[in-house]
Design a protein around this ligand. Structure first.
Ligand SMILES: Cc1cc2nc3c(=O)[nH]c(=O)nc-3n(C[C@H](O)[C@H](O)[C@H](O)COP(=O)(O)OP(=O)(O)OC[C@H]3O[C@@H](n4cnc5c(N)ncnc54)[C@H](O)[C@@H]3O)c2cc1C
Length: 304
């Protein structure tokens, strides 16, 4: 791993590992860590097909790594608060969990239901991270980004196609997000945050290496007894469990006993193990229920 300075002050590291929450997978041939929006633009000029890395909490990277420039947003982490207006502007690499704690401390509500979701602000926007207690889109007022031609893009909430774990923003490089929060009693917010965390700890293998839910919850095209009716979005974890996949493993990857939609990785696991296990689980659910599962986890692999 050898740091080399490019012609500008942008730092690019060659043959860099990429840290993901799965703890498996290859690295980047070149990894850039821009500290300014101008440097993000320089990255786009260097490689318009670059890949963007947030906190790596929803990423599975092929064991061979990726040839494109990887832009790590970690250095773009400034957060500006306007407490009176209930507004916060956070750069893409800012930590969502840290932002949630600070919002609660300042008595600003709206994001406390996202507690326990590891993410950068940019990654949370791209994935529209969320769950039973709300989703990131609920508080977004505006997204600032750069397109693949290096142009600035500013999108108001109404211009963004947010949906379930979807933003339609994946072609852009999100540089910052403005949120609109609501003044509330910090004690009430703290209680809500604690309840959310307790729920997560009860139902998810929080201490294990994973990327959260690997599959999106599917919408049923036909009713399934004691699962749901046509048109209903149902728990992928429930289907995986009913298909007998809990505890299933390939190499160092295993379907979690605590939450069947989590694949956890053990020491010596490889990305290939996770990919094979995901294929196996999807096949069993298709065979058992005729339901096609779609990955929620983003897979980075070389174009073949
Ligand atoms: C223990 C655990 C629990 C989880 N629980 C939940 C949950 O309850 N709900 C939920 O929704 N998710 C959950 N997740 C998944 C994950 O936390 C979210 O998907 C999160 O939004 C990922 O953000 P990130 O910054 O880590 O993105 P990354 O994993 O780094 O990237 C994800 C995708 O976003 C893109 N991206 C990231 N930043 C940018 C940017 N600035 N501009 C453009 N593209 C970008 C990447 O290229 C990639 O395609 C969980 C994960 C773990 C490990």
């Amino acid at each position: 791993m050898s740091p080399v300075a490019s012609e500008t002050s942008l730092t690019i590291i060659e043959h860099a590992p990429i840290a993901t929450w799965f703890g498996v997978g290859g690295g980047a041939r070149r990894l850039a860590t821009p500290g300014t929006v101008e440097q993000v633009r320089e990255c786009v000029e260097l490689d318009p097909s670059l890949r963007v890395l947030g906190d790596g909490a929803n990423l599975l990277i092929d064991d061979q790594g990726v040839p494109e420039l990887v832009l790590d947003t970690g250095q773009l982490n400034a957060v500006r608060w306007d407490e009176r207006a209930g507004a916060v502007c956070a750069q893409a690499g800012a930590s969502l969990p840290a932002l949630i704690i600070e919002a609660v401390r300042r008595g600003l509500g709206g994001v406390e239901g996202l507690a326990g979701i590891p993410a950068s602000v940019g990654g949370a926007a791209i994935m529209n991270a969320g769950g039973a207690f709300g989703e990131f889109a609920d508080t977004v007022s505006c997204v600032h980004a750069i397109d693949r031609d290096g142009r600035d893009v500013v999108l108001g909430r109404g211009e963004i196609d947010f949906g379930y774990r979807h933003s339609g923003l994946n072609h852009l490089i999100v540089t910052s997000v403005e949120l609109r929060l609501t003044p509330e009693d910090p004690l009430v917010l703290r209680e809500r945050l604690k309840e959310t965390m307790a729920y997560k700890k009860r139902t998810q293998p929080m201490a294990a290496d994973s990327a959260g839910c690997v599959f999106k919850n599917p919408t049923l095209h036909q009713p399934i007894e004691s699962v749901g009716d046509t048109g209903q979005r149902v728990s992928a974890g429930l289907l995986i469990d009913r298909a007998g996949c809990r505890g299933l493993h390939v190499g160092g990857a295993e379907v979690s006993h605590r939450h069947a939609n989590f694949i956890i990785t053990h020491e010596h696991a490889r990305a290939r193990d996770v990919i094979e296990l995901m294929d196996m689980v999807a096949r069993r659910v298709l065979d058992a229920f005729g339901v096609t599962l779609t990955p929620e986890v983003v897979l980075w692999r070389r174009q073949r």
